[in-house]
Design a protein around this ligand. Structure first.
Ligand SMILES: NC(=O)c1ccc[n+]([C@@H]2O[C@H](COP(=O)([O-])OP(=O)(O)OC[C@H]3O[C@@H](n4cnc5c(N)ncnc54)[C@H](O)[C@@H]3O)[C@@H](O)[C@H]2O)c1
Length: 353
């Protein structure tokens, strides 16, 4: 068995990655370490909860000593997704981003070294490269690091600490950087799920500024397959960019969502632009294609249609997120077991060890 430790597995991409691992790697056992911040939702993984190859441990990446014993045997691979991930929140208050994304990553690197974990994968973002003009070439792995938001700066700092750990201590680290993801289980503060769910409720769709910011949209499954390929076949010390040749303006994405839902464009409301809003990101992924044999498989129209259909079919999921009811799930399903009330499971962690 290959033992994977996934941080942030109760979030959007982490949950999709855990599901992919359990589905596609029969020899994988997965421990999901997640603090369950507002962005962590164990309902994202309710379908794999009973899988004996899966375990959940509630813990903060800043403090591995507090949860290390609960994890048990050291993993073979760490895939580090856990982060504060919402740019707007970083503009309001950068400190949680420095704590989790910078100090948390250093703590995970220290724990990796202490436990002798063979591989550490840092899940990074295209935002570390800053912004492109309309005619600029796409970002490549050695494009300058020029983050423009506190979120992007904290992720860039994390990448640099990963690099430093590899150089200083000889850790086998791999950094992936991906463009904007969309797909099932995304927290509805992010553009697409916010637009989809607001449109379904006939509520206004707030669009920043002129809405002409360009992003390279990638389906979350494609990103997760890329992270898996990098973890299994990547070269130590390398960086791999993932994108989808999916450049679209935010406005075009909103129009597509409205069209798929049969809702009027009159729902769109332009609101004051985000401070320092990057105009364009686009990822060159020739290196990942060549070195990992990876390329995106989900076309934008197909992926977006499937995503809209998923939110339509999972109205209870997003309504519980929007109302805050999802916050009770951990207490009901996990914390009660600590009190020994006879509920299934046996502790703060559950499933496979
Ligand atoms: N969403 C994107 O489009 C995108 C693109 C490229 C890279 N990324 C990166 O992928 C990773 C996952 O992004 P996401 O969109 O799934 O984020 P998310 O906000 O949906 O999930 C983050 C998860 O991390 C957990 N977490 C936060 N702080 C923690 C801490 N201190 N200790 C343990 N767990 C903690 C949260 O509870 C949550 O489950 C992030 O590192 C992000 O920077 C995201």
């Amino acid at each position: 068995m290959t033992r994977w430790l996934v941080t942030g597995g109760a979030g959007f991409i982490g949950a999709n990655f855990v599901r992919l691992l359990l589905r596609e790697r029969q020899d994988a056992e997965v421990v999901n370490v997640d603090l369950l911040t507002y962005a962590g939702n164990l309902e994202n993984l309710s379908d794999v909860e009973g899988d004996p190859r899966y375990a959940f441990v509630r813990g903060d990446v800043i403090d591995p000593a507090a949860w290390s014993d609960a994890v048990g045997r050291a993993p073979d691979v760490i895939v580090h997704f856990a982060a504060e991930s919402h740019v707007d929140r970083s503009i309001d208050d950068a400190h949680p981003f420095l704590c989790t994304n910078v100090l948390g990553t250093q703590s995970m690197l220290d724990w990796t070294r202490k436990k002798g974990v063979p591989t550490f994968v840092q899940v990074g973002t295209d935002e570390v490269y800053g912004t492109l003009g309309p005619d600029d070439a796409k970002f490549v792995e050695n494009s300058p690091i020029r983050p423009n938001s506190p979120y992007a700066a904290s992720k860039a700092s994390a990448d640099l600490l990963v690099r430093a750990a590899a150089e200083t201590h000889g850790l086998r680290t791999i950094i992936t950087r991906c463009s904007n993801n969309y797909g099932p289980y995304q927290f509805p503060e992010k553009l697409l799920p916010l637009m989809i769910t607001n449109a379904m409720e006939d509520r206004p769709l707030p669009v920043y500024g002129d809405g002409l910011q360009v992003r390279d949209w990638i389906h979350v499954e494609d990103h997760c397959r890329g992270v898996l390929a990098a973890a299994e076949n990547g070269t130590a010390g390398e960086v791999y960019n993932f994108g989808a040749d999916g450049e679209q303006t935010n406005m075009s994405m909103v129009h597509r969502v409205l069209d798929l839902l049969g809702k009027p464009r009159s729902l769109i409301r332009h609101v004051e632009d985000r401070k320092g809003h990057d105009r364009r990101y686009a990822m060159g992924f020739a290196y990942a294609r060549e070195a990992l044999g990876w390329e995106p498989q989900v076309g934008l129209h197909e992926g977006l249609s499937a995503t809209v259909a998923w939110y339509r079919a999972h109205e209870e999921w997003w309504r519980r997120v929007k109302s805050g009811a999802y916050r009770d799930y951990y207490d009901l399903m996990y914390a009660a077991r600590l009190a020994g009330d006879g509920a299934p499971g046996d502790g703060e962690h559950s499933g496979a060890r």
